[in-house]
Design a protein around this ligand. Structure first.
Ligand code: ATP
Length: 242
């Protein structure tokens, strides 16, 4: 049996005395798109950040490609080629598109820089048109493309995306989700996606997990979760984050 690319077991994370993660178990296999859905404040972003090493888990274990990364500093985790596009995009507003992409490329990958930039531009032609423009002047959707593009410049084995659809118009969201699917299908990129847009995320994903109040309460194939009455009632019906 092959082991998962990412294995999260019994992870607990605190902010001071506040326990945000209460024993989280999940796994992501090579080549999968896996989504984590849940309401505001459920702990989704905290899990993403805990995988990246800040904050660190107080209990439990996170294993990536056989490396125990639970207590590793962030930069060492990044060197294992886990790349993150964080919530709120966090691009460098004063830097141009190209400079932002440069920030994403690690020193080890500089020889691939031109080729990798071309790949990002092929995926997001808008970024190519705006390559000399400062990040802060881009639209929300373009900033999201830049944030994903910057993460891809690290040549990740695992791409973590925190709320890529946040604040974007439905058509822009569709474009972003299609780009993620294409990366997965054509490059075999493994993607772990945190989303409040449960419908879009589950439709895109091989598998999904539902998080409630710091715990995973449900898991299954994207298709099964989409059809699940509890999931539908809590996250899909009544216009929740569609
Ligand atoms: P959202 O979609 O709003 O980002 P989320 O599911 O990602 O929600 P988290 O942001 O991980 O949830 O928050 C989980 C819990 O931890 C919440 O109760 C939140 O208030 C708390 N929390 C998050 N960040 C901090 C912080 N820096 N200090 C204290 N508590 C925090």
């Amino acid at each position: 049996m092959t082991s998962p690319l990412l294995h999260v077991s019994a992870v607990e994370t605190f902010y001071g005395n506040i326990q945000a993660l209460k024993g989280v178990n999940l796994e992501v296999n090579r080549g999968e798109i896996v989504s984590l859905i849940g309401a505001n404040g459920a702990g989704k972003s905290t899990l993403m950040m805990t995988i990246c090493g800040s904050p660190q888990a107080r209990a439990g274990a996170i294993v990536f490609e056989g490396h125990n990364i639970t207590r590793m500093p962030m930069h060492e985790i990044a060197r294992l080629r886990i790349a993150q596009s964080p919530e709120g995009r966090r691009i460098f507003p004063g830097m141009t598109v190209i400079e932002n992409l440069q920030m994403g490329a690690s020193l080890d990958n500089l020889k691939f820089f031109k080729q990798d930039v071309e790949k990002v531009f092929a995926m997001f032609p808008r970024l190519k048109e705006r390559q000399a423009q400062r990040g802060g002047t881009l639209s929300g959707g373009e900033q999201q493309m830049l944030s994903i593009g910057r993460a891809l410049m690290a040549r990740p084995k695992l791409l973590l995306l925190d709320e890529p659809s946040l604040g974007l118009a439905p058509l822009v969201v569709k474009g972003i989700f299609e780009a993620i699917k294409k990366l997965n299908e054509e490059e075999g990129l493994t993607v772990f996606l945190v989303e409040q847009n449960a419908f879009g995320a589950l439709k895109l994903s091989d598998r999904g997990y539902v998080m409630v109040n710091g715990r995973v309460t449900m898991s299954g194939s994207g298709k099964d979760l989409l059809a699940n009455p509890e999931v539908r009632a809590a996250y899909l019906e009544g216009g929740h984050h569609l």
